[in-house]
Ligand binder design. Structure first.
Ligand SMILES: N[C@@H](CCC(=O)N[C@@H](CS)C(=O)NCC(=O)O)C(=O)O
Length: 206
C-alpha cells in the first residue's frame, strides 16, 4: 500500500488531499516536524523533508512530482487534462508555478516569522516578499475571475498544488480580501471533503 510520510501543517497535506480526492487506499506514516531553525531539511524522512511517499520500490519527494506520479499511476485520467488537450498548458503552468514561483516569497516569510525569533530585524525583506506575493495573487485573481479552476472548468492537481500555497498564505495573513476572487477560490477548494480530511489528519497529528 502507498505510504505517505506526514507531518502536520506541511506540504504533506497536498498529497493526503489528492489521495482522498482519488479515493486511493494509503497508509499515513506520522513523523513529528523538527522545528530546529538552524538546520534545513533535517526531517526524519528519507530525504529530510515533507512530503515523501513510498510506493513499492519507488521513494519520492517533491510535492509536484508526487502529484504527477500519483495521477499517472492511479488517476485513470482524473484531475489532469489529457496530454495535447487545450487545458494541458495551463495545468502544467500552475502545477509548477506553486513551487517554482509562488513558494519563494511565502517560504521566506515563514522562515523569518515562524522559525526564527528576530523577525523585527528583517522587516524590509518581509515587506518585499509581501509585494512579490501580491503579484502572485494578482495572477491567480485574473485567472479565477474568468473560470472556476486554474486550468478551466474542472479541478486538477494544479489546484491542489496552488490550493495549499494559498491556504498557507491565508494562515500567515499574507492573502487578504484585496484579492476577493482568490479568497473565494480558496474557500471553494477548502470546502471539498477531501481537503477537509487532509486537514483533520493534520490536526490529529499536531
Ligand atoms: N519543493 C518541495 C519543498 C519541500 C519542503 O520544503 N517541505 C517542508 C515542509 S512543507 C520541509 O520538509 N522542510 C524541512 C525543513 O525545513 O527542515 C516540495 O514541494 O515538496
Amino acid at each position: 500500500m502507498l505510504k505517505l510520510y506526514f507531518a502536520p501543517l506541511t506540504r504533506s497535506i497536498r498529497i493526503k488531499w489528492l489521495l482522498e480526492e482519488l479515493d486511493i487506499a494509503h497508509e499515513i506514516v506520522p513523523v513529528a516536524f523538527n522545528r530546529d531553525g538552524s538546520r534545513g531539511f533535517a526531517q526524519n524522512t528519507p530525504t529530510g523533508k515533507f512530503p515523501y511517499i513510498e510506493d513499492g520500490d519507488v521513494g519520492l519527494s517533491e510535492s509536484g512530482a508526487i502529484v504527477q506520479y500519483i495521477l499517472d499511476h492511479y488517476g485513470d485520467g482524473r484531475l489532469q487534462p489529457p496530454i495535447g488537450s487545450p487545458a494541458r498548458a495551463a495545468y502544467l503552468y500552475w502545477l509548477h508555478y506553486s513551487e517554482g514561483t509562488a513558494a519563494q516569497p511565502i517560504n521566506t516569510i515563514v522562515w523569518l516569522t515562524v522559525y526564527r525569533d528576530d523577525a523585527e530585524k528583517h522587516q524590509a525583506i518581509i515587506e518585499a516578499m509581501r509585494t512579490s506575493a501580491d503579484h502572485i495573487f494578482d495572477e491567480v485573481e485574473q485567472t479565477v475571475s474568468k473560470q472556476p479552476f486554474l486550468a478551466g472548468d474542472e479541478l486538477t492537481g494544479a489546484d491542489i498544488m496552488m490550493g495549499f500555497t494559498l491556504w498557507s498564505a491565508k494562515m500567515l495573513g499574507v492573502l487578504s480580501d484585496q484579492h476577493p476572487n482568490t479568497v473565494q477560490f480558496l474557500k471553494r477548494l477548502a470546502s471539498r471533503p477531501a481537503f477537509e480530511k487532509a486537514l483533520v489528519e493534520s490536526r490529529r497529528l499536531k
